[in-house]
Design a protein around this ligand. Structure first.
Ligand SMILES: C[S@@+](CC[C@H](N)C(=O)[O-])C[C@H]1O[C@@H](n2cnc3c(N)ncnc32)[C@H](O)[C@@H]1O
Length: 328
């Protein structure tokens, strides 16, 4: 299919529609010296389902470890949260973790799950609403890397204290500067009485880290490659998924796992009226997962204006969860 380049499709005010902005963002990333596609493009409905499969993998310890910690954390919070709260999850996915909190923390009166994967979130929110009819469920379909307004969402939202929830170490997908900006933004969004429950993956043995992102069943490889299928759908590009392969490694200099897609051959890919050349072995950087020592994360949270209220560590320091308060 031949599609006119984005530059020829702006409207009379020169504004790009949200769809064209996405195409422009993808094209700019592929023109960078280190080619990049943002990890937010993993999550079409196939990608969301593949992520759920990753969560079932024995090697993917971040999900399993945090899931094992949550009942205990929820029980602690059920004692300390004595006022009605609105739970706001950023990047809520299948809402599995929210359910564990709802089982224990009876003061959660309203849930606002935010996600970019529209149909996946709508299905999950409908199910949650059916299973917890006494809880108000008000999903927001938005890109959380942009400021998200909670205005007019949730029930009697002005009376409810906001409890932000950011599990799964999704904070690790941001570089340090943006992680700080994001935490500052959450502090503002959740307000002066707000709290934030956040799951953060820790630094650990190279072997454990490597296995987690290079599972033996090849599901993470499929998840990574699916980003090209999603981009083909959004931008009518012609990535051949068989011409790329998954590559994930720990970069000790940055303290992060990097996921890339490696071009198996010399090739050109057509997108947005351009031909993007790939040398054999050249990569597209698709995701970072920064790992934090607990003291590194606490320092970052403090710089963003949060106060540490409570901290939970999994055995062998495999994963950490923090409760932060906005009030000082
Ligand atoms: C790693 S999954 C975590 C899901 C869930 N919070 C958990 O911990 O199991 C990341 C989720 O964030 C969503 N997501 C990724 N980037 C996003 C963005 N920029 N804005 C909104 N949601 C995003 C994805 O669709 C996905 O559901």
């Amino acid at each position: 299919m031949s599609v006119p380049p984005v530059a020829q499709r702006a409207d009379s005010t020169n504004q790009l529609s949200p769809e064209l902005q996405l195409i422009a963002e993808i094209t700019a990333g592929l023109n960078a010296q280190q080619k990049i596609i943002s990890s937010k493009f993993f999550y079409d409905s196939v990608g969301s389902d593949l992520f759920d499969q990753i969560c079932d993998l024995p090697e993917y310890y971040p999900y399993l470890t945090e899931m094992n910690m949550l009942p205990h954390i929820a029980s602690d919070l059920s004692q300390s949260i004595v006022q009605p709260v609105e739970l706001v999850e950023f990047g809520a996915g299948s809402l599995t973790k929210i359910r564990i909190l709802l089982e224990s923390i009876k003061m959660i009166k309203s849930v606002v799950p935010i996600d970019i994967a529209h149909s996946h979130l709508q299905r999950a929110a409908d199910k949650l609403s059916a299973d917890y009819p006494h809880v108000n469920v008000a999903p927001i379909f938005a890109d959380f890397t942009q400021p998200v307004s909670l205005q007019n969402k949730g029930k009697n939202q002005d009376e409810l204290v906001k409890l932000g929830f950011f599990p799964g170490s999704t904070i690790g997908n941001f570089n340090r500067d943006f992680a700080l900006t994001f935490l500052q933004r959450l502090r503002k969004t959740l307000g002066d009485s707000g709290m934030l429950l956040i799951g953060v993956d820790t630094k650990k043995s190279l072997h454990t880290l490597h296995q987690a992102y290079n599972d033996s069943a090849g599901v993470t490889a499929k998840f990574n490659l699916n980003i090209l299928r999603h981009v083909n759908h959004i931008a009518a590009s012609n990535f051949d998924l068989d011409a790329f392969e998954h590559y994930a490694f720990y970069n000790p200099h940055f303290g992060r796992i990097e996921m890339h897609l490696v071009s198996k051959i010399e090739q050109s890919v057509h997108i947005n009226g351009q031909s993007i050349p790939f040398a054999q072995g050249e990569t597209i950087h698709t995701e970072n997962s920064y790992k934090y020592r607990p003291d590194e994360f606490i320092h970052l949270a403090r710089m963003a204006g949060w106060r540490l209220e409570q901290q939970w560590m999994a055995s062998n320091d495999m994963f950490s969860v923090f409760l932060l308060h906005a009030n000082r």
